[in-house]
Design a protein around this ligand. Structure first.
Ligand SMILES: [Zn+2]
Length: 188
């Protein structure tokens, strides 16, 4: 990469640092920057003080369907739709902005974030590949992550049709309300 622009490289370094601070794994850094693996490893170690975890990302679309995480994915995707649909922000920038907003919301509700940045990024890729879609709940009106080819007519979300083992703690209900609220800002 002899002829690479210094400014472009500086930009990649800045993004890599931001992604590592937000908890990104190596796979995401390698796809989203043009930096060498060696350089990315150095950045990772410098920012987090340890080597990155090894191994592939064990994510499948089914992972995003389990009850509690689905509320979090849906909240994040609502923000992502807002940035790409209304604010004209695309690609990695939209993912990072939506993730920051997700963290802010989760923090304000005093709930532990369930969605890591790498998972959020994977989620967006599943949407881009038409493997997932947002389905509107006929009961609360919120938009929730669903498999792309599942029928969405008459869809009822996991909060309105809560599994008995999930209980109904106030925090979970608050997370659900936040999803419903994002429909006002995020067009689908
Ligand atoms: Zn609902």
């Amino acid at each position: 990469m002899k002829n690479k622009s210094v400014i472009a490289e500086a930009d990649d370094v800045r993004r890599a640092v931001e992604m590592v601070q937000l908890g990104a794994r190596m796979q995401m850094l390698e796809v989203e920057t043009r930096l060498s693996r060696e350089k990315l490893l150095k950045i990772y170690k410098e920012v987090r003080g340890v080597s990155p975890p090894k191994g592939m990302l064990p994510f499948s679309t089914d992972w995003f369907m389990t009850w509690q995480p689905n509320v979090h994915w849906s909240l994040f995707m609502g923000f992502h739709r807002f940035f790409t649909g209304r604010a004209g922000v695309q690609g990695l920038e939209a993912t990072l902005k939506a993730y920051h907003l997700y963290l802010d919301h989760i923090e304000s509700m005093v709930v532990e974030p369930v969605l890591s940045l790498t998972r959020a990024w994977t989620l967006v890729r599943f949407f881009d590949a038409d493997m997932l879609q947002l389905a509107a709940c006929t009961s609360c009106g919120g938009h929730f992550v669903a498999h792309a080819h599942d029928p969405v007519q008459g869809y009822v979300c996991g909060l309105c049709n809560m599994p008995s083992r999930a209980g109904s703690s106030r925090k979970k209900v608050a997370a659900g309300r936040a999803v419903a609220r994002t429909r006002q800002t995020a067009s689908v």
